[in-house]
Write a protein that binds this ligand. Structure first.
Ligand SMILES: [Zn+2]
Ligand SMILES: [Zn+2]
Length: 243
């Protein structure tokens, strides 16, 4: 027998409480927000200061790095955050088993600053990303295409990282928050809100910043798309039915 909605609500409340209880007692939301931000902005400024005698063609490093970022975000969200991969299981657990359990399409808002622990990547993530991805890429680019390209790619990757974090945080702010109501943020928020519908999360709307790769891979879910799919299904069934 199906459980009454009230029981389901109670079960969800209990799950929520047990996940929120995992937030360490000494957790500082201020540090969690400020540390990666300051570090990212410092690397960004230092990289820009390293640019000398820039040639216009080198500016192509900016859109190319952004494209790589959007593609990486789509792939990592789909295959690392929603599948248990060897050695990376902790990321799957944090994302699908905590973040997606606490926040569903019907209940997206954080209930207080301490819940940043459930939304932002851990504070050390930016250090890890810098040393494992950005720095090797910058060294390679310095040799292959020169310092300016490497510096622009580094600066852009920091813009991308911080945009991901801050936009994701904005999507989980209460609906009435002024940042959540900015036109573009509201549209991107809706894209992410749909991803949080439990039946859709493993297949649709993986981009968090710019939904370019959802568009390219045909993984953008919207009520309009669903209506069109149902229409096609109904017309196929009607054409198959004996007249
Ligand atoms: Zn989210
Ligand atoms: Zn997800």
């Amino acid at each position: 027998m199906a459980e009454a909605p009230r029981d389901l609500a109670l079960i969800r409340d209990e799950k929520r409480a047990s996940i929120v209880a995992q937030i360490p007692a000494g957790y500082s939301p201020t540090f969690h927000f400020v540390f990666p931000g300051l570090l990212g902005l410092s690397v960004l400024v230092a990289s820009l200061l390293g640019i000398e005698a820039l040639r216009p063609i080198e500016l192509l490093a900016v859109p190319i790095t952004l494209l790589a970022g959007f593609g990486f975000e789509w792939r990592a969200h789909k295959d690392i955050l929603h599948k248990r991969m060897p050695l990376l299981g902790v990321l799957y657990e944090r994302h699908e088993l905590s973040h997606h359990v606490i926040y569903t399409d019907r209940d997206m808002a954080m209930k207080g600053p301490r819940e940043m622990w459930l939304i932002l990547m851990p504070p050390y993530a930016i250090v890890l990303v810098f040393f494992t991805l950005v720095l090797p890429l910058a060294v390679g680019l310095t040799y292959a295409l020169g310092t300016n390209v490497a510096m622009l790619a580094t600066a852009t990757s920091m813009v991308f990282f911080l945009s991901y974090e801050w936009l994701h945080l904005a999507y989980h702010l209460p609906d009435e928050h002024p940042i959540a109501r900015i036109g573009l943020v509201a549209r991107l928020r809706e894209h992410h809100r749909r991803h949080h519908e439990p039946r859709l999360m493993k297949r649709w709307n993986f981009n968090v910043t710019v939904p370019l790769f959802d568009w390219l891979h045909g993984t953008t879910w919207s009520p309009e798309r669903e209506a069109r799919r149902r229409e096609r299904q109904a017309s196929r069934q009607a054409s198959r039915a004996p007249s």
